[in-house]
Design a protein around this ligand. Structure first.
Ligand SMILES: Cc1cc2nc3c(=O)[nH]c(=O)nc-3n(C[C@H](O)[C@H](O)[C@H](O)COP(=O)(O)OP(=O)(O)OC[C@H]3O[C@@H](n4cnc5c(N)ncnc54)[C@H](O)[C@@H]3O)c2cc1C
Length: 491
């Protein structure tokens, strides 16, 4: 039997996104003394800001935080645990001591402005009904507001969430409307959150190596094939008792044998810049406007979500009703989807499939026609790469038959909210613990009798392959026409 990893053993984490950062911080907090994190992107320069030139899902403007998780109470509990820590991050910042560059005492990274889940029908769908039920069981029924229930709405108003009940003025416009508001939810400023956790990790003793020189170039192995470290493009060797690969959508390229478990898929994002002087800026500010989702489990026709404006006036909308793939042959004879990023293909930096843009524009024209009516158009777009597991659960485990190698990945579109606490579970795994959420996050195979939540490996013939999608033309960024959902909306 191999001895467990000791707290003095060197541990190298590859990837400084949500999983890597959180793991690094929790390792040091647990008493590990030789922890190094590497990333090929220089986040000290870009500060995790997509607008400053980096590109990873963790490097973003904002991300939804929610505890309403339908039947999935594992994540509901995890989310409440994370929210306590998000609050402690806000407290840390407001104390104003020892802040990283790019953060000031006035910054609030976690904003509890509510998460509104807009539904396609008046009868609440299963997921929303289960959220109410499971929040009730957790003693949090008060946080769930059915917008058509007077009693619930009164309660939301008393709690200061009146603004979040009908933020698109559907009733005023005589449009049918149903939604469940989760007043425990909201969003975090993602770039600032990563910046803070990187800083806390450094303070806790993590060695940080960022930039192109830190790009992975190969493993170090002993004669039995066990991993004993890794090498980087900068010709440096990092010996390690354990290597944890946390490279998001790039993980499958680095960890062999994972393609049955995870695939990277592109989510589409569009941003409308609303100048601070514009009347809509105040209306869509976080104190007047919630985070929202629209028909999240309704396939291609739904899967929209969005945020209030940020301090630069960026009003962000995402579409994940169809997630795209980019199957490529990268030389190891295996075709797999790989992220298209601004650095791997500069021309693609802002282009999303026309189909996705049509869905986003359609939503905006139906729900926020005021944008087009006041001369605002979509300012830029982005493809942002998920690493989806077949069942939407994360993957935190040792790699079978590769001693010394672990993965922490499979965010499947919902890992950002766990930045403060996911690392705790990675460290539990490293320390040989099991049970609880770790049982969901094992290295696993799809049981033949089960249907995957996400179908993986469709390849180039798939309609979702970017090779088969038309990317939009600039004139499609104009709002105010008739397109997509605008014509089709049932609600
Ligand atoms: C469009 C979109 C919307 C989302 N919305 C939400 C949301 O609202 N709420 C939520 O909770 N979650 C959300 N998520 C999910 C969440 O953002 C991700 O699960 C999480 O950020 C993934 O973190 P990660 O550490 O796995 O990967 P990443 O953020 O991809 O980080 C991986 C890192 O590895 C580095 N790397 C890659 N290859 C190498 C290499 N060869 N050498 C060195 N370094 C390397 C990269 O530079 C990168 O920094 C969303 C995701 C997407 C795509």
């Amino acid at each position: 039997m191999d001895s467990p990893v000791q707290r003095s053993d060197p541990i190298v984490i590859l990837g400084a996104g949500v999983f890597g950062l959180s793991t690094a911080l929790h390792l040091c907090q647990r008493g590990f003394t030789d922890v190094t994190i590497l990333d090929k992107q220089n986040y000290d320069e870009s500060k995790y800001s997509y607008l400053e030139g980096c590109d990873a899902p963790s490097a973003d403007m904002n991300k939804i935080i929610r505890a309403a998780y339908g039947p999935e109470t594992v994540y509901q509990d995890l989310s409440f645990e994370a929210m306590d820590l998000w609050r402690s991050y806000n407290d840390y910042i407001s104390a104003g001591r020892d802040l990283p560059p790019g953060l000031s005492q006035k910054d609030e990274i976690w904003v509890n402005n509510g998460n509104l889940q807009i539904c396609a029908q008046i009868d609440l769908p299963y997921f929303e009904r289960m959220s109410i039920e499971n929040m009730r069981k957790a003693g949090k029924r008060d946080t769930q507001v059915v917008v058509t229930e007077k009693h619930d709405v009164n309660r939301a108003e008393k709690a200061g969430f009146g603004f979040a009940v009908d933020p698109f003025s559907r009733w005023q416009k005589n449009k049918p409307y149903q939604a469940l508001l989760d007043t425990s939810g909201g969003f975090v400023y993602a770039d600032k959150a990563c910046r803070l956790v990187l800083h806390l990790a450094r303070r806790a003793g993590v060695k940080v190596v960022l930039g192109p020189e830190a790009e992975f170039s190969g493993y170090r192995e002993d004669p039995r094939g066990n991993i004993t470290g890794l090498e980087t493009v900068g010709a440096k060797t990092y010996p390690a008792r354990l290597v944890v690969v946390a490279c998001g959508g790039w993980t499958q390229q680095i960890v062999p044998g994972m393609d049955h478990l995870c695939e990277t898929t592109g989510g589409s994002v569009a941003v409308v810049k609303i100048p601070k002087t514009h009347a809509l800026y105040e209306r869509f500010s976080p104190h007047n406007f919630p985070t929202w989702t629209y028909k999240m489990r309704d396939g291609d026709d739904g899967g929209l979500y969005g945020f209030p404006v940020d301090e630069n006036g960026y009003f962000k909308i995402g579409y994940r009703g169809t997630k795209y793939i980019n199957p490529q042959n990268l030389g190891d004879e295996k075709e797999r989807s790989v992220p298209v990023t601004r650095w791997s293909k500069p021309d693609s930096i802002t282009r999303i499939p026309s189909h996705a843009l049509d869905r986003i524009r359609g939503f905006l024209e139906e729900f926020v026609p005021e944008l087009g009516e006041t001369g605002l158009d979509i300012t830029f777009t982005r493809l942002c790469w998920y690493n989806d597991s077949f069942d939407n659960h994360f993957v935190i485990d040792h790699v079978p038959h590769k001693k010394g190698l672990m993965v922490a990945t499979g965010g499947s579109g919902h890992a950002f909210m766990f930045l403060p606490n996911i690392g705790k579970y990675v460290v539990d795994k490293i320390e040989g613990k099991s049970g609880g959420p770790l049982d969901y996050w094992k290295w696993r195979n799809l049981e033949p009798s089960k249907k995957p939540v996400n179908v993986l490996g469709e390849g180039r013939q798939s309609e979702r392959a970017l090779q088969n999608q038309r990317l939009y033309q600039d004139d499609e960024l104009v709002l105010g026409g008739t397109s997509g959902l605008g014509k089709r909306a049932r609600l």
